[in-house]
Design a protein around this ligand. Structure first.
Ligand code: ADP
Ligand code: MG
Length: 615
């Protein structure tokens, strides 16, 4: 870019010196031709190369035709000036594009450059890609954690801002899971690697962000199509303009209309649009990722901006997903034995209920060798052999479907009941309860403020535990007792009931991946946790805060607004100047100013999309 800048400055000097070298005319013109070639040789070269490739109509071609035309009309100064201004515009554009790319790269500066592998001969610096699962690595203060793992020794605080947009540091100690991409701030950590580099959080996030620009919004697609027919149409119009009017208007020479046609060509350059629209989306996606919101493409941004319905999953999304055991009601066994069986049965599941039950019993007291034949029945519970006994643990539906008779009489609720049966015999139930996330209420009211007309909650849990949560959060529609496939049906119903706007579904990826992919926009929360969620979702929220959803909607709406402004502004100004130049009311200088000016303004506007602080 520096080189280009110097070239433009040199061309400008040559151009200026031509004012002082009036005589002989040949020298004057020669200086201008040199200025022209210095500024524009690459444009000519690109135009020639594209013509050879069969892609005739682009802005390089337009510039060449216009400036060659000006030479033919012996307007040497004009020709050189047009080329210089065009290059100033191009330089500015590449500066702006670079700047936005760089700041997104800075945001996403999570790629680790090395891992300190602990080997028998001591610490060795290696490429993170060569480290395998089970290896032990050291992370010094100030370094990035290169791979996902578990802390073996040491304690420290982590800066997770690059992953989550969360500025508060997180403290970790022995036994804690750590994610790649976080920065170790204070202590030395010895970490056992649990994921290869390719499967680590860092790689997944980078993949996702790098691929985001391949999923285009309809505005981006419109511009691509527009550019495809626009340039040939403009060239056609210019030819007509150059040769038809002089035939019919007496006293008008060809030269007059040819020069008007050339102005017309210069103005018509579509660069402002072609660059600024993708840049708006690129900026919006980058701005969102700085706040821990990963958007997989412009099309999802567009869908989110048009969202009128937000549907939440309950467990783990609106609620914390860490249950505490509030009561145990055993039948014929002791409370401790009931909890022991349930904890063993649930040991291999990643469902929040299972994790909480196992934790309540004590993960270390689990005898893994007793457990076999584990299977999870989604939306119902688990079925497993513990010590040779067939244990079922889950909701009432699981019991009914397996012919386990529940004792008659009122059941104690006030939470979620996990029923347990052994070899077809009912052993009792454990009542567990979850708490609503601290910012869930604000999240719902922020969505209402953002103009979301319908907010609903779907859950596989029973109505008795779902309704209090909904009431507390002022969510008016609750659909309880749903199996994963029922959740898909409900979403389809909401999509097709004729309400304008799109339907977004927010889930944690556990038992709801099909819903995430079926909704117009699938949003996964706490994305760093669940692989299924990252894959099925269109948008991943890196933190556990539901309030980020309204932020994502606002960023999307702002980005779309900026893109539309640019389309209207650029096409509008171009049309006006095109008409003026067709009637000879503007000269080529003004035409170039119009073109470069529009491009600069549109690009500055696009840069606003990146700045999400203004929300
Ligand atoms: P949600 O829609 O609230 O996220 P899920 O669809 O994940 O809930 O589960 C619905 C219900 O199925 C739970 O409330 C629970 O009763 C039962 N269930 C699902 N998975 C399990 C499991 N692994 N262990 C016990 N119960 C489960
Ligand atoms: Mg769930």
């Amino acid at each position: 870019m520096k080189k280009r800048l110097w070239r433009i400055i040199a061309a400008l000097c040559l151009f200026a010196s031509s004012f002082f070298i009036k005589e002989p005319a040949l020298l004057h013109d020669g200086v201008l031709v040199c200025a022209y070639l210095l500024a524009g040789y690459d444009v000519i070269w690109k135009a020639v190369r594209n013509i050879l490739r069969g892609q005739v109509f682009d802005e390089n071609f337009l510039m060449c035709v216009a400036t060659f035309g000006a030479f033919a009309l012996r307007d040497f100064a004009e020709s050189a000036a047009v080329m210089i201004f065009f290059q100033i515009g191009e330089l500015f554009q590449s500066y702006a594009v670079n700047r936005s790319r760089r700041s997104i790269a800075a945001v996403m500066d999570i790629r680790p450059d090395h891992a300190n592998l602990l080997t028998e001969s001591g610490e060795v610096q290696t490429d993170p890609e060569t480290v395998s699962i089970g290896d032990v690595i050291l992370v010094h203060p100030g370094e990035k954690i290169p791979l996902d793992g578990q802390v073996l020794e040491g304690s420290s605080t982590l800066d997770t801002a690059a992953l989550t947009g969360e500025s508060a540091p997180r403290s970790v100690g022995e036994g804690d899971e750590v994610l790649s991409g976080c920065i170790n701030m204070t202590g030395l950590l010895k970490i056992r690697v649990t994921q290869t580099f390719g499967e680590s959080t860092v790689s997944k996030i980078l993949d996702l962000v790098e691929n985001a620009s391949s999923q285009k919004s309809s505005q981006e697609n419109f511009i691509t199509k527009f550019a495809r027919w626009y340039t040939p149409a403009v060239v056609g119009a210019a030819v007509v303009l150059a040769f038809v009017p002089p035939l019919f208007i007496p006293g008008h020479p060809f030269a007059l209309w040819i020069s008007r046609a050339l102005n017309f060509l210069v103005v018509s350059c579509p660069c402002a649009l072609v660059i600024s629209i993708p840049m708006s989306f690129f900026g919006g996606i980058g701005g969102a990722s700085a706040r821990g919101i990963l958007i997989k493409g412009g099309n999802y941004m567009e869908a989110l901006a048009k969202c009128s319905t937000v549907v939440f999953d309950k467990t783990g999304t609106l609620t914390q997903g860490t249950f505490s055991v509030t009561n145990i009601f055993p039948v014929e066994v002791s409370s401790q034995e009931l909890l022991r069986l349930a904890a063993h049965a649930e040991f291999f599941s990643r469902h929040p209920i299972s994790v909480s039950l196992t934790d309540a019993f004590g993960r270390d007291s689990i005898s893994e060798e007793l457990i076999s034949g584990f299977s999870e029945i989604s939306g119902r519970g688990v079925s497993v052999l513990v010590d040779g006994r067939h244990i079922l643990a889950g909701n009432r539906r699981l019991m009914d479907e397996n012919g386990v008779a529940l004792p008659s009489g009122e059941m104690q609720t006030g939470g979620t009941s996990i029923h347990v049966a052994a070899d077809g015999k009912y052993l009792g139930y454990i009542v567990i309860s979850d708490t609503v996330k601290p910012d869930a209420y604000n999240a719902v009211s922020a969505l209402k403020d953002a103009g979301i007309s319908r907010i609903a909650m779907l859950t596989g849990d029973n109505a008795a535990s779902a309704e209090p949560v909904a009431r507390q959060l002022c969510i008016d529609r609750v659909y309880a007792d749903l199996l994963p496939q029922d959740k898909v049906c409900k979403i389809e119903e909401l999509i097709s009931d004729g309400t304008p706007g799109t339907v977004a579904f927010v889930g944690d990826g556990i038992n709801d991946a099909p819903v995430l992919s079926r909704a117009d926009v699938g949003i996964a929360m706490g994305g760093v946790g669940s692989d299924a969620a990252i894959e099925a979702a269109d948008i991943v929220i890196m933190t556990d805060e539901p309030s980020r959803i309204s932020t994502a909607i606002k960023i999307s709406q702002k980005t779309l607004r900026i893109a539309s402004e640019n389309i209207v502004f650029a096409i509008g100004v171009k049309l006006i100047v095109l008409i003026l130049s067709a009637f000879g009311l503007s000269n080529m200088w003004q035409a170039v100013f119009a073109d470069v000016g529009v491009a600069v303004i549109a690009i500055l506007n696009a840069l606003r999309a990146m700045n999400s602080r203004m929300l």
